[in-house]
Design a binder for this molecule. Structure first.
Ligand code: SF4
Ligand code: SF4
Length: 251
């Protein structure tokens, strides 16, 4: 079984590749097609289905480190599957695209289950527990109660309280353990394991937040200008200025 997590707001090139991939793989493999994994909650039917599915490969538009820890956050073990970043394959010809999955055994009776749907967007931190040393800086810094620290570890207890577009705590983490998969201005924070995350003090975290919020909102305007289902829209517009004010109050 191969799982493909499609983009929530695909570009034409992403749609083309997703369609090509399904066509290429579906003749020999069973496929489970999911919405964008980052926007799903643990109780979403697609996640319940995934928990009951043994899969050998997981493909999404996220860096593999981000995809792994999103899946773990959702309660899905990632010890076995290959995790593939489709962004790396955007210009691949058919043969090269198929070769990404050449190590996966074909299915005797291939079937495709398509659970894709457009989802409400979210913005929340994902913790890489391979890096986290439980220093508690993120939970001390965040005034919005996103993190919870108990005797075992820090966890993301209230993701819905995180401020869309702001990755400030990721810059404070001394181990680069906090991932925001849609961070527009730092691939390390978006989950690229090849990019070192610069950790800094509160002032640098705040100024980084300003920069990223502007990029996030610009990107959102461009990508989903006509969408009415974003976290911001549902919660009531969260203007940049008021978020900056809240960040100022963190001092
Ligand atoms: S700041 Fe980083 S290392 Fe420290 S508890 Fe938070 S995630 Fe873990
Ligand atoms: S980005 Fe801001 S609101 Fe979200 S968890 Fe980090 S400090 Fe809290």
């Amino acid at each position: 079984m191969i799982v493909i997590s499609k983009s929530n707001t695909p570009t034409p090139a992403q749609s083309l590749l997703e369609g090509k991939l399904v066509k290429l793989l579906s003749t020999n493999h069973s496929l489970l097609i999911l919405p964008e994994i980052y926007f799903l909650t643990p109780d979403h039917p697609a996640i319940k289905r995934l928990k009951n599915t043994k899969f050998s490969a997981f493909a999404s538009w996220h860096f593999p480190r981000a995809a792994k820890w999103i899946l773990e956050y959702l309660g899905i073990s990632t010890s076995e599957p290959d995790i593939i970043n489709l962004s790396c394959a955007i210009n691949f010809a058919d043969a090269k695209l198929s070769s990404l999955f050449s190590g996966i055994d074909p299915s005797d009776n291939p079937e495709t289950v398509d659970l894709y749907t457009i989802c409400k967007t979210h913005w929340y931190p994902v913790i890489d527990y391979g890096r986290c040393v439980d220093c508690g800086k993120c939970s001390e810094f965040c005034l919005f109660g996103v993190y919870k620290r108990d005797k075992d570890k820090v966890s993301v207890a209230r993701p819905q309280m995180c401020k869309p577009g702001c990755p400030a705590c990721a810059r404070l983490c001394p181990k680069g353990a906090i991932i925001f998969p849609h961070c527009e201005t730092d691939d390390g924070i978006a989950g690229d394991s090849e990019v070192e995350i610069k950790s800094g003090d509160i002032e640098s975290a705040r100024s980084f937040a300003r920069e990223n919020i502007a990029a996030y909102n610009k990107g959102k305007e461009e990508k989903i200008a006509d969408s009415d289902n974003s976290q911001d829209d549902i919660a009531g517009k969260d203007p940049i200025d008021s978020l900056i004010d809240e960040l100022e109050d963190l001092e």
